[in-house]
Design a protein around this ligand. Structure first.
Ligand code: ADP
Ligand code: MG
Length: 227
């Protein structure tokens, strides 16, 4: 199935009132599709990803992943769901400085109690899929910004997620490296049939998207491909 946000509203305390970060937002992302989300700074893009990732509970509305309404689950069940079904790529590749590329990935499986040998094999496969096989034993300081972002993306795929949520992955990269990262995300989305939401400020990335959604003041507007 896929990822569905239905009528999601999210507010934050703001002095005596509340600031509306997401205003009755609905979004459907089928598996194997790349949905691009664009919009000015402060429009609600990261908030949308945080709600979809179950990191923030909305004031109202629901998030459904593979037919399960995840907004109603306990915090513990949401954490399990995140580990098993959701891949998150934050803007900054927050890799652990002391670990090699392969170990960054293995940690994800070990947190979930899986066997080390299996995790290692899968980590090396994924590093190969993102073009980083030759660098599997390098630590973050030995990698370029683009290479770190590739490791970051591979790590998000470690648990074979249904949903892949990616926040401005190219903001620290030049045009050419940024385009290569978007190509990679597009290919992985189709190959691994993830329901992918890509937040980007770069309009040249939109050509790769199956649907494009624009956010303004917490409201969504379909630009292309959505009925
Ligand atoms: P974007 O990612 O599009 O730049 P955000 O989703 O980060 O936008 O923010 C949307 C709005 O919500 C902004 O006005 C921002 O200041 C506010 N906001 C985001 N996170 C918080 C928070 N934790 N507490 C209070 N306000 C927040
Ligand atoms: Mg943001």
């Amino acid at each position: 199935m896929s990822l569905h946000l239905t009528d999601v509203t999210l507010t934050f305390p703001d002095g005596d009132t509340r600031l509306t970060a997401l205003d009755h937002v609905s979004l459907d992302v089928p598996r194997g599709d790349l949905t691009a989300v664009v919009g000015p700074s402060g429009s609600g893009k990261s908030s949308l990803l945080a709600v979809a990732a179950t990191l923030i509970a909305p004031d109202s509305g629901t998030v459904t992943i593979d037919g399960t309404t995840v907004t109603g689950l306990s915090r513990g069940d949401q954490a399990t769901l995140r580990r098993r079904h959701i891949g998150i790529v934050f803007q900054q590749p927050n890799l652990l400085p002391s670990l090699t590329a392969a170990e960054q990935l293995q940690v994800m499986a070990e947190i979930d109690g899986r066997r080390t040998a299996t995790a290692r094999r899968r980590a090396l496969e994924l590093l190969d899929a993102v073009g980083m096989a030759a660098h599997h034993d390098r630590r973050p300081h030995q990698l370029s910004g683009g290479q770190r972002q590739r490791v970051n993306i591979a790590r998000a795929l470690m648990n074979d997620p249904t949903v892949l949520l990616i926040d401005e992955p190219t903001s620290a990269l030049d045009q050419e490296r940024g385009a290569a990262i978007i190509d990679l995300i597009t290919r992985l989305t189709h190959q691994r049939a993830t329901a992918t939401v890509l937040v980007t400020h770069d309009r040249t990335h939109l050509a790769a998207a199956d649907q494009i959604t624009e956010v303004h003041d917490g409201r969504l507007r379909a630009v292309q491909g959505q009925s």
